[in-house]
Design a protein around this ligand. Structure first.
Ligand code: PEP
Length: 255
């Protein structure tokens, strides 16, 4: 019922793939396939591809995002890019807290929270990723893990600012592995996160909070995942590199 209160968001995460040339070609192929989408469509791309992506998507319904941002506005942080810099070149979205950032680049719940704060202050829309690793699921502590990640990441975020946050529940064991959570597993955790938002804020805020599932979502399994009451879209890695596959997912989310 409350699903009708929320517009679905399908976001691609290209990770470390594509050059400006292949960015342009992929987006040109994608544009006509998603032009009539009845959901928000976002592509998060490597920093180096952002200018080409912005140019290729101008005037279309595809929005561009970055895959991370630093928490400082500027300063001695070699190799980093700030939220202010992304805003300055017209990037509206940014992924924060992706499991690959947590796993390979030492991101913690605390640095994720700092990045969320900076992105909101710069006026960006955040795609905030949380999710348990395989051992945590096997130990039965998924809820505790995901609730803690979400609670810490949302520290200092006001109810009004929740409108600029999309939460992506991404079980780490399902990312890039071909192992997808069952629709029931995805629904259970997305509903749990929504309940937490209700506890931290209130029911109205929880009812309109957009929660995606991510983890090996593809053209074949998207519809049944997106059909679940508390799954409001998807964060798509591998399948977002292929225009045709991505467009099938976008169509499944258009309702
Ligand atoms: C991701 O990168 O967020 C992701 C879900 O990847 P994949 O779809 O390839 O599992």
């Amino acid at each position: 019922m409350n699903k009708a209160l929320r517009k679905a968001v399908i976001a691609g995460n290209w990770k470390m793939n594509n050059t400006p040339d292949t960015t342009k070609a992929t987006i040109e192929a994608m544009k006509p396939l998603v032009a009539d989408a009845d959901c928000d469509v976002v592509l998060c791309v490597p920093y180096i591809d952002i200018p080409a992506a912005l140019e290729a998507t101008a005037g279309s319904n595809i929005k561009i995002g970055a895959e991370n941002c630093h928490w400082a506005v500027s300063g001695a942080f070699t190799g980093e890019v700030s939220a202010e810099m992304l805003k300055a070149i017209g990037v509206p979205y940014v992924i924060i807290g992706h499991s690959e950032r947590r796993q390979y680049f030492g991101e913690t719940d605390e640095t994720v929270n700092k990045r969320v704060r900076a992105a909101l202050d710069a006026g960006l829309i955040v795609i905030l990723c949380v999710g348990e690793v395989k051992e945590e699921r096997l130990q039965g502590v998924t809820s505790e893990v995901v609730r803690k990640q979400t609670k810490v990441a949302l520290g200092g975020v006001s109810e009004a600012e929740l409108d600029n946050i999309i939460l992506a529940y991404e079980p780490v064991w399902a990312i890039g592995t071909g192992l997808t959570a069952t629709p029931e597993q995805a629904q259970e955790v997305c509903a749990d996160i929504r309940a937490l938002v209700g506890e931290l804020y209130n029911k109205a805020a929880a009812d309109k909070f957009v929660i995606q599932y991510g983890g090996s979502m593809n053209a074949a399994n998207a519809a049944e995942l997106l059909d679940k009451e508390d799954v409001d879209g998807g964060l798509i890695g591998g399948a977002s590199l292929k225009a045709q596959d991505f467009s099938v997912i976008v169509k499944a989310a258009s309702r």
